[in-house]
Design a protein. Structure first.
Length: 266
């Protein structure tokens, strides 16, 4: 049986190319969780440079002396170690041919990206800062949970001017599987917010939703990455929105409508 959800909020103006749409699972209060784990790429921001992407190729070349091919490898929603693992498997390399040099490649990536910080350029997604402010005002603890390596992830957040919002983060340095990275990030969140804290994942891919579900966590999915609203909705997140701004606008509209109805009943 399909889960009951609120109606799409098509009447809310959107900054996104898609018409504004919001769907919230009945009974779920998206802004009443104790802690939130925000994905970076496609959720908080989008990089308009190639610094991180190009570091995969140059680092493999420098440390392994071979060309890297990413054709057919899933990038969005993957992790940095997972991307390399999948590329090596696609190239039919045995684990013994790359496992011992993987950490050297990852370290080279960290150094390469850090050295090109001034060349990094990002665009913050619609409604991100307003959402972070809204959640912080409600007492939530805010962290990131990303497939990026820690050095690279924080650099992107800093370049975007968002570092002040986040007190902790989960990264892929020790986790090729996204679900394991989310488990670690959730543990960090509960170490800060309390062992019984409710933790919500915010992401832009079906892989974010799947990783959250693997850890029994709810998800807010936003179509600001490479997946459409309809693509994300099929993953059955607790919340699906075209943008975080649309989600905020929808919530404001509902609150205003509810208050007006209450005044009319007086």
């Amino acid at each position: 049986m399909a889960t009951k959800r609120s109606s799409d909020a098509a009447q809310v103006p959107s900054e996104n190319q898609e018409a504004a749409r919001v769907s919230i699972r009945q009974g779920f209060q998206w802004d009443a969780q104790d802690a939130y784990l925000f994905d970076i790429d496609g959720t908080l921001l989008r990089s308009t440079d190639r610094v991180h992407y190009d570091s995969f190729f140059s680092s493999v070349k420098e440390e392994m002396g071979r060309e890297l091919l990413l054709d057919g490898v899933v990038l969005h929603g993957n992790t940095d170690p997972g991307i390399l693992r999948d590329a090596f498997l696609a190239a039919r390399l045995s684990e013994s041919e790359w496992q011992n040099t993987l950490e050297a490649v990852l370290e080279r990536m960290r150094d390469t990206v850090a050295a090109q910080r001034d060349a990094m350029a990002v665009r913050v997604m619609p409604g991100v800062e307003a959402t972070l402010q809204h959640l912080r005002q409600r007492g939530a603890k805010l962290g990131v949970a990303t497939g990026n390596l820690e050095t690279i992830g924080w650099l992107k957040v800093e370049v975007a001017g968002l570092r002040e919002w986040f007190k902790f983060g989960g990264f892929s340095d020790n986790y090729a599987a996204r679900s394991e990275m989310i488990a670690n990030a959730a543990a960090l969140a509960r170490a800060i917010a309390g062992e019984d804290a409710t933790v919500c994942v915010v992401g832009d891919t079906p892989f974010d939703v799947a990783a959250a579900k693997a850890n029994q966590l709810p998800t807010i999915a936003v179509a600001t990455g490479n997946y459409s609203y309809d693509d994300l909705l099929t993953s059955e997140p607790e919340v699906c929105a075209t943008t975080l701004q649309d989600l905020l606008d929808y919530t404001t509209l509902q609150t205003t409508t509810g208050a007006a109805a209450g005044d009319a009943d007086d």
